[in-house]
Design a protein around this ligand. Structure first.
Ligand code: SF4
Ligand code: SF4
Length: 500
């Protein structure tokens, strides 16, 4: 360990740690733009200069490693003057776009101007002009005038995604960020460049001009897009035009978790929040023989007594359950209590169904596009309690061995295609439970609305067996309830039926 003095305070740090990180660990924030813990330290922004006793000049703290006996100041008059001067240099050509810039409110230039800048500008010449609205890919817009040439985006695309779409072009005051010839910024991780750009040069085309960031609330949660389970922050607001005053999701940002996703997320996960407002179920419905709205109590009692009748007439093998790997750990526990311990069912089919296998790569994305098959596996689903192959489930329905189906959040059209209506029509009972409308739900006798991941507390266990909890960020849609509560309600309905 190296013992140093930082702003007059004794501080200990592992030998060789960068000074900027040592200061951070000691609670001293050193301004910086180009340095990023996952992308290295080119030292080109010169914002992190500090004074080291005995050094002939100010040193960039992102380039200097700590050594025993160092005496460092991050707040001497020389440091303050240098940082303020560097900031003025960064702002010499920066346009005054703050009133219309999406970065406003979370911008490195604004923040540092208020904390360490506050100089009187000596700039009298015109600012340089570059392209202001350049769509560099389907998800990212570039404003070249706002760029401060920190090169974080270039390094991300070279070192992390390894796709090399952006580069620095020109020299001196003509230096600017631009697409490499023949390239489009359309790799599966492109949204991360928006997160790491410290200013408003790279903005998210989806989020542009939708909500001012100070209207956002932030909730720690977990991405449901695949079995990686990236740590994310779901930003919600009441302000997007189509929210009509209701609190809904506005964007997703990665949340640092060194064990799971580091600093990054993929674009599929980033835009998965859009599904939260698409084709949602909010009413408890009986659809057959005629359509009627039910209270939850009526639904619990009707569905459980229909199931009881079916099982008494044809035995536990006559009802099959199709389950989604999107259930939370809490849902899986109640799922087991209801279907295995109480109803004693034996026929189950789990994800991943053939339509749920997607692309994967060595960075984050996983092939199975459901977040929590492991949560079910921990309770024996897929192992002691085997999943029926989807084709043999279809054959058992056609052969009349299965007379009822309880579908939890799966659209069977994705598995069986056009055969699905024919298969479901002959069944005595079909119950559909889930957050989203879908053709399967339309063919059910009962349709029970469940909350989506963002509207409930819960936990997912990722493909490596790591459990992560998440909190509700949004109110439920209509009368939707968490899946576990629906299972418990059916259990209570069954018990009430027994008591009668
Ligand atoms: S676009 Fe943003 S991240 Fe890229 S070099 Fe410019 S300021 Fe840095
Ligand atoms: S890799 Fe998977 S869990 Fe991570 S953001 Fe993408 S979809 Fe979500």
């Amino acid at each position: 360990m190296a013992k140093i003095t930082l702003n007059g305070r004794p501080v200990e740090a592992a030998d060789g740690t960068l000074l900027i990180d040592v200061a951070k660990q000691a609670g001293v924030a050193i301004p910086h733009y180009c340095y990023h813990p996952a992308l290295g330290n080119p030292g080109n922004c010169r914002m992190c200069l500090v004074e080291i006793k005995g050094a002939p000049k100010l040193m960039p703290s992102c380039r200097v490693r700590v050594a025993d006996g160092m005496v460092v100041s991050t707040e001497s008059p020389a440091v303050a003057a240098a940082q303020s001067g560097e900031l003025e240099l960064h702002l010499v050509n920066h346009p005054l776009d703050c009133p219309v810039c999406d970065q406003s409110g979370e911008c490195g230039l604004q923040d540092y101007y208020m904390s360490i800048g506050r100089y009187k500008s000596s700039m009298v010449e015109d600012k340089r002009h570059f392209e202001k609205r350049k769509p560099v890919g389907p998800r990212v817009m570039l404003d070249q005038e706002r760029c401060i040439a920190c090169t974080r985006c270039v390094r991300f695309l070279a070192e992390v995604s390894k796709t090399h779409e952006l580069g620095m072009f020109g020299r001196g005051h003509q230096e600017r960020i631009d697409l490499a010839p023949g390239k489009t910024l359309d790799n599966p991780y492109s949204g991360n460049v928006v997160d790491i750009c410290p200013v408003g040069a790279l903005t998210d085309r989806d989020f542009r001009y939708q909500v001012r960031v100070w209207y956002l609330d932030r909730s720690d949660t977990v991405c449901p897009g695949c079995s990686r389970g990236c740590a994310i922050s779901l930003h919600t607001s009441t302000q997007r035009p189509w929210h009509n005053g209701a609190r809904r999701a506005a964007r997703i940002k990665p949340r640092f978790n060194p064990e799971v996703n580091g600093y990054w997320i993929c674009d599929e996960g980033r835009y998965s929040y859009k599904a939260l407002d698409r084709d949602r179920l909010g009413k408890v419905l009986k659809l057959k023989p005629s359509r009627a709205e039910l209270s939850w109590d009526a639904a619990f009692s009707e569905v459980s007594s229909r199931v009881k009748g079916l099982l008494e007439d044809h035995g536990p093998q006559s009802l099959a359950v199709v389950a989604s790997g999107a259930l939370s750990n809490e849902d899986w526990r109640s799922f087991k209590k209801l279907f295995v311990d109480s109803w004693k069912l034996v026929n189950f089919a789990f994800d991943p169904a053939p339509d749920q296998a997607g692309e994967e790569d060595a960075l984050l994305r996983r092939r199975d596009k459901v977040p929590n098959l492991k949560g079910g596996a921990a309770l024996g689903f897929g192992d002691q309690i085997k999943s029926l192959p989807w084709e043999s489930l279809a054959h058992s329905i056609e052969a009349g061995r299965i007379k009822g189906l309880y579908v939890v959040d799966r659209d069977l059209f994705g598995v069986w295609g056009a055969k699905t209506p024919g298969l479901l029509e002959g069944l005595e009972l079909v119950v559909f439970q889930g957050p989203w409308k879908g053709s399967t739900g339309d063919l059910a006798h009962y349709r029970l609305p469940a909350t989506a991941w963002a509207e409930e507390d819960g936990g997912f266990t990722n493909f490596e067996g790591r459990s992560q909890g998440y909190r509700a960020a949004l109110p439920p849609v209509g009368d939707a309830q968490p899946d576990w509560r629906i299972f418990e309600g059916l259990l209570a309905g069954l018990r009430a039926g027994r008591a009668e």
